[in-house]
Design a protein around this ligand. Structure first.
Ligand code: PLP
Length: 483
């Protein structure tokens, strides 16, 4: 083959080679996923082994695609925590839906550019369609509803914060934080997701803008404390801007009292954001949706597609009851950008410029599973969590949170072992993956039941692994037996 043809074949192979490579890729991926139940969810390659293998890639010469694909999948398979493992009871990282996975292949292959409406009207409209549907599932039916896909919950919360600052202080857009007479303030609970600090830094109001409100002993924002904090800040010349209620805390799935927080927000004229990155999915379950009653009173809502909605990683969503503010927050004109439909161009309404077709992951998943399929997936997770909580109590563990959002936090009553030691033993044994967390200042073991791959048999295996970890501790004398 001539050199030029060879390169051509590497950049975009002939139809026969492409078919063979797709076929090989499918087989490799099925091999990884089908083999998961029999291997540890944790990486088996250590840092030096990974780097050793990467050293063979000096990128000087073209490599055989089939050999390379298989090597890359093999490095990955042995070098990550497998969030698709049926006994990965981890940090909401999903086992993606198959339609979501296919959507990513379609988005990469067709590769629409969603910066401007005119470049990809079909794709922009598909995202808009899902976003408006989600707004209605939150409980909004106003004309002005809208929002967009983000890289994740952190970007969604950032978008809400920047918009709230722009709404509250007209001069913020041009003059920045100086436009506020005093230190702007945003409020979230002590159990909230601490990306708020990075967000405050990013928006230029500074990390000191974040005021964490104490919780009530069960992981929910103490509304009396919120009211007192806002009042004190106002008296001291600071400028209260936004309260972010968490609907599904990352540690324990607890839900701040949305209606009461709404009362404070109204009285004190604060933007009300609800961070439902993780919990928002329950709006799709007729059985559990009432848990988030009051969310419809928010000005903006974050829901991650890559948590309980099971889209592949890198998919969040920000929703606005009145999306008009986005155009003021992200306005910009660039001579080289195609003229568009001003109200619809994503690059003038969001933090990103070039934009990937992330929304297809959710569009296709919703289309193929339907609302009922999603409800089934969510109810199943809630059911498994309830079952785990029941089995834990039977085996003398204490569940310390309310597991209705499918995350269970617990401690050991019997051996007095530190949660971190129990978790380390379980993870090291390799039958399951769980983590530690802090809940109301207490270290706890945390297990999250959101994977559609997990079954009751997997829950029983987890209980057995936990009991073994505790018994090991007792026999090896590392724990101090409870009185
Ligand atoms: C996960 C999470 C976030 C951060 O979202 P990313 O998708 O990781 O950026 C924010 N808030 C809550 C409540 C979360 O659970």
């Amino acid at each position: 083959m001539k050199q030029r043809d060879r390169y051509q074949e590497c950049v975009y192979p002939s139809p026969e080679s492409r078919a063979a490579l797709w076929d090989q890729t499918n087989r490799l991926l099925d091999g990884v996923l089908d083999g998961l139940p029999n291997r540890s969810p944790s990486p088996s390659l250590d840092m030096s082994a990974i780097r050793e293998r990467l050293r063979t890639y000096d990128f000087r010469e073209a490599r055989d695609p089939a050999v390379t694909l298989s090597d890359v999948v093999d490095i990955l398979a042995s070098g990550i925590v497998h969030t698709q493992h049926p006994r990965y009871f981890g940090l909401f990282n999903p086992s993606p839906t198959f339609p979501g996975i296919v959507a990513d292949a379609i988005a990469s292959t067709i590769n629409p550019q969603l910066a401007v409406w005119s470049h990809a009207p079909a794709a922009v409209e598909m995202e808009r369609h899902v976003v408006r549907w989600l707004c209605r599932s939150v409980g909004w039916h106003d004309e002005g509803i809208g929002g967009h896909f983000t890289s994740g919950g952190a970007e969604a919360n950032y978008t809400a914060t920047l918009s709230a600052l722009t709404r509250v202080e007209e001069g913020f857009s041009d003059r920045g934080a100086r436009a506020f007479g005093g230190q702007p303030r945003i409020y979230a609970s002590a159990e909230s997701h601490l990306a708020w600090y990075k967000i405050a830094h990013q928006t230029g109001i500074g990390r000191a803008a974040v005021r964490l409100i104490p919780t009530d002993g069960s992981g929910r924002m103490d509304v009396g404390e919120l009211d007192a904090a806002v009042s004190e800040d106002s008296d001291l010349g600071r400028v209260p801007v936004m309260v972010a209620a968490t609907a599904g805390t990352t540690n324990a799935g607890m839900i701040d009292p949305l209606a009461e927080i709404r009362g404070v927000a109204l009285r004190r004229r604060l933007w009300l954001h609800v961070d439902a990155a993780w919990g928002g999915a329950v709006r799709l379950s007729p059985t559990s949706r009432r848990l988030l009653a009051g969310i419809e009173e928010a000005d903006s809502v974050t829901i991650d597609a890559h948590k309980w909605l099971a889209a592949p990683m890198g998919a969040g969503i920000i929703l606005f009851r009145n999306a008009e503010i986005l155009g003021r927050t992200f306005r910009v004109e660039a001579s080289y950008m195609p003229e568009g439909v001003a109200e619809l161009d994503p690059y003038t309404h969001s933090a990103q410029w070039s934009r990937r077709f992330v929304g297809l992951r959710l569009f296709l998943s919703l289309a193929i599973l339907g609302e009922e399929g999603y409800a089934w997936m969510i109810d199943r997770g809630v059911g498994l969590a309830a079952e785990l909580a029941r089995l834990l109590k039977e085996s003398d563990w204490s569940v310390v949170n309310d597991p209705s959002l499918a995350v269970v936090c617990f401690v050991d009553n019997r051996s007095g072992q530190e949660p971190s030691e129990i978790v380390a033993r379980v993870v090291e044994e390799g039958r399951a993956w769980i983590s530690v967390a802090r809940f109301e200042g207490q270290a706890v073991v945390r297990a999250c039941m959101t994977s559609h791959r997990s079954t009751e048999a997997d829950i029983r295996e987890l209980i057995q692994a936990l009991n073994r970890a505790r018994d090991d501790a007792v026999t090896s004398g590392t724990g101090s037996p409870a009185e």
